[in-house]
Write a protein that binds this ligand. Structure first.
Ligand SMILES: C[S@@+](CC[C@H](N)C(=O)[O-])C[C@H]1O[C@@H](n2cnc3c(N)ncnc32)[C@H](O)[C@@H]1O
Length: 312
């Protein structure tokens, strides 16, 4: 299986480092506030581009059930036009496409070309002609104003340097009465402790914009405020807890490198990598269930909202 075995390279006796196909000058997290918005976007595209092949492929399902839940709450109807911003490998986009059917349209946008290529290839393989996927910025989708019935954003809002501007852009893409459905993290259980532990081995740089926005949007009130500011109404939040079962710490570690967590692994200094991994594995052991699996509980929030039928 792709993952740790491929990602860790022996550098000499006892020395290993996390390897990227093209090592980044900046990573997704710290670039967001340390550099220009263009650099921040390039860093996010880099992290998710390098994780695209492994995204949701490591073992247990994680994003897939959450994507299905988001789409279920968004309640797409046959024939509707849906826009999925930050579509990744399509875990919201494909359920959307099935719901809108061949008479509808599901357009996915992502900053990372490798995500777009992989998702477009999957759409072709599945014969889903209603799916379109292209490189694009969730904060500036460049679509015809008022042309969509529904916008979905699965675990994306915290990657936007200016979430309010993103929400305003989604409102512009929607027709009057159009709906928005977004997901955010509320609590990530033992994974939070694992990432804090890894973070102790990363030199401080004053960055971590997305990490701070994940914290901000743990609050339903913060999310409501940004949606109201964007002109949305009828805002509803529903929290759902998901269980993810890892066969062991190796699988959990590989999984961290298959999504946004990769930003932290790429920032680990080569000479601290094994120490960080050992410390992370120790924390993972606290999730050990009686059947031997490591069980992660993740609480996600699914938020739905709509635009008024006529502009106020
Ligand atoms: C955590 S993944 C979620 C993917 C998918 N929505 C899901 O639920 O599985 C976040 C995705 O958003 C993309 N992304 C982050 N910022 C973006 C932006 N400004 N515009 C478009 N895509 C963005 C990343 O490249 C990545 O594919």
């Amino acid at each position: 299986m792709a993952g740790l075995g491929r990602a860790i390279t022996r550098m000499g006796p006892g020395v290993r480092r996390w390897q990227s196909p093209s090592p980044p000058a900046e990573t997704a997290c710290h670039a967001a506030i340390m550099t220009t918005p263009q650099d921040a976007k390039a860093a996010i595209a880099g992290i998710f581009g390098r994780s695209a092949a492994d995204y949701e492929q490591i073992g247990p399902e994680f994003f897939a059930p959450m994507g299905r839940e988001l789409v279920r709450r968004a309640a797409p109807r046959a024939g509707e036009r849906a826009l999925d911003v930050g579509c990744g490998r399509g875990h919201c986009l494909f359920p959307l496409a099935e719901a809108v059917g061949p008479q509808g349209e599901a357009l996915g946008l992502d900053l990372a070309p490798a995500m777009v290529e992989a998702t477009a290839a999957q759409a072709r393989a599945r014969g889903l002609s209603q799916v379109k996927v292209r490189i694009g910025d969730a904060a500036d989708p460049e679509v015809e104003p008022g042309s969509f019935d529904l916008v979905t954003a699965g675990f994306v809002i915290f990657f936007l340097p200016d979430p309010a501007a993103g929400v305003a852009a989604w409102a512009r893409a929607l027709r009057p009465g159009g709906r928005l459905a977004i997901s955010t993290f509320v609590a990530q259980g033992v994974h939070e402790q694992v990432m804090k532990t890894i973070g102790r081995f990363i030199p401080r740089d004053g960055g971590d914009g997305p990490k701070r926005r994940v914290e901000r949007f743990r609050s339903a009130e913060a999310l409501t405020a940004v949606l109201v500011e964007g002109g949305f109404t009828g805002i509803e939040h529903r929290n759902v807890t998901f269980r993810t079962r890892f066969t062991g710490p190796d699988q959990w570690w590989r999984w961290i490198g298959s999504h946004g967590g990769r930003a932290a692994l790429e920032r680990l200094p080569a000479d601290r990598l094994e120490e960080a991994r050992a410390a992370a594995y120790e924390v993972m052991e606290t999730a050990r269930a009686s059947d031997g699996a490591l069980v992660l509980h993740t609480e996600a929030r699914f938020t739905t909202a709509r635009l008024p039928q006529s502009p106020s």
